[in-house]
Design a protein around this ligand. Structure first.
Ligand SMILES: C[S@@+](CC[C@H](N)C(=O)[O-])C[C@H]1O[C@@H](n2cnc3c(N)ncnc32)[C@H](O)[C@@H]1O
Length: 430
């Protein structure tokens, strides 16, 4: 008797808010079902097992009709499995559950060890990756530069979900929070930066393959965590930036890093920090605006605003007229995460930064390294772009260069399975 066929995701997966009450074995069983359904070759379905058994040379028993009948039952089961696998609703249900599981895995207490948690996460990302391995999804993360005129259709709302990120602050910042924000009992109100986002699963809307900014990518989460954990390391200091620094994010996506900076800088003594979160994709910009409103409600003149900016449409020439407001004033800090995923991106970002960065400004660029053949062409493009002899000059004749480059390890439960690590660049005028 073979292993039972996997059940349908919609009929078997528990609600995400019930994950906390499941055991490790129950979670692994759900993941195993999804692997069996969507990654059948790797897993080996009962049908595969039975089929390989039936492919053994059969002694002529004289009961040919029994063999035919077995083939018929198998055929029906295989058809049922194929139908289930191809069902778009079931697949969306599975995607949503897996993404929700990955977002919550770090906080689930049921895992007996870090290795068990990592195994579960690997299973989840394996299935998710299989969804994006479809030929129709090829190029999902490629060649999107310069397509500012994309249609304005929004992402599939069925894969969107609200996500709350919490980034711990070091104790001394918590102390300054006490100073500014004391409850009646003198208790500290907040020791972490909390950001709520409408986050989606990019790439699920086949009519809108460039909607990669609808989800928060690993690099933005890891960088946000690093900024909060050690702000001084990233020069987030009023002595360096003054009380009213201007920050611009390129390719902001959901706006996570911008929202973190807008929440963090006032706590560090920069009450008038102004953050401009930019992107070029209409659906991404709409989601970004919604995320800003969620985190800073009732604040029309809040610390973050969104702005359309296509890197390919901001001429680098120093003699060109200033960019339109709100990008006309030079940025003290430029930030960008996971924005180098096509060969032309690094040079476009360099040219943008050349136009936008203030004379004493710093550009923190976090690149995601994906050791996958599709992204090989991107390797080395940041170093090449910022070392090119013919790169454009800024207003005072200087050029941008990489002053520091650091490998950042991937963190448990953060980022997709095809991300191996990140590289953080500190870029400034040289
Ligand atoms: C992989 S996503 C990363 C989003 C976000 N920074 C994060 O880390 O979650 C890349 C982002 O770059 C944006 N982007 C790509 N090409 C662009 C261009 N030419 N101009 C402006 N934004 C662009 C996309 O719309 C998307 O939001």
């Amino acid at each position: 008797m073979g292993r039972p066929y996997p059940p349908s995701p919609s009929g078997s997966l528990p609600p995400l808010n019930a994950l906390g009450s499941l055991t490790e074995a129950q979670i692994l069983a759900h993941l195993e079902n999804l692997v069996a359904l969507y990654c059948p070759l790797a897993f080996g379905t009962p049908a595969d097992k039975d089929r390989s058994a039936s492919e053994q040379p059969l002694a002529d028993s004289g009961y040919a009709s029994e063999t035919e009948q077995l083939g018929g039952e198998l055929g029906e089961e295989l058809l049922r499995l194929e139908t289930l696998r191809a069902d778009a609703f079931e697949r969306r249900t599975a995607e949503r559950w897996l993404t929700g599981f990955m977002a919550r895995a770090e906080a689930l207490a049921c895992f007996s060890s870090d290795a068990a948690r990592q195994h579960a996460l690997d299973q989840a990302s394996w299935v998710l990756e299989s969804f994006f391995a479809d030929p129709a999804d090829e190029g999902r993360l490629q060649g999107v530069a310069g397509q500012g005129g994309s249609s304005s259709s929004s992402s599939s709302s069925s894969t969107d979900f609200a996500r709350t990120f919490s980034f711990e602050l070091p104790p001394r910042i918590s102390v300054s929070v006490i100073d500014n924000n004391v409850s009646a009992a003198g208790e500290e109100k907040q020791q972490a930066i909390e950001i709520r986002l409408n986050d989606g699963l990019a790439g699920t809307n086949s009519s809108e393959p460039d909607d990669v900014g609808l989800q928060s990518w690993g690099a933005s989460i890891v960088f946000s965590k690093m900024l909060c954990a050690d702000p001084a390391r990233y020069l987030l200091d009023p002595a360096v930036l003054g009380p009213a620094p201007r920050i611009v994010e390129l390719g902001a996506g959901t706006g996570l890093v911008s929202l973190v900076l807008a929440s963090l800088l006032p706590r560090l003594g920069m009450p008038h920090a102004a953050v401009v979160a930019t992107d070029y994709h209409p659906a991404v910009l709409a989601n970004l605006r919604a995320n800003i409103a969620t985190n800073f409600p009732d604040r029309e003149d809040g610390p973050v605003r969104s702005c359309a900016l296509d890197w390919a449409e901001l001429p680098a020439a120093s003699g060109a007229s200033p960019p339109p407001p709100p990008l006309d004033a030079p940025a003290d800090l430029l930030v960008a995460t996971d924005v180098v995923y096509a060969p032309e991106h690094a040079a476009l970002l360099r040219d943008c930064a050349t136009r936008l960065l203030a004379p004493e400004g710093v550009f923190w660029l976090v690149m995601t390294v994906r050791p996958n053949g599709k992204f090989e062409a991107v390797g080395g493009t940041v170093e090449a772009a910022f070392a090119a002899a013919d790169r454009p000059k800024g207003r005072d004749g200087r050029r941008l260069a990489i002053l520091e480059s650091e490998r950042i390890e991937k963190q448990k439960g953060i980022g997709r399975g095809d991300e191996s690590h990140y590289r953080l660049y500190r870029i400034a005028w040289a």
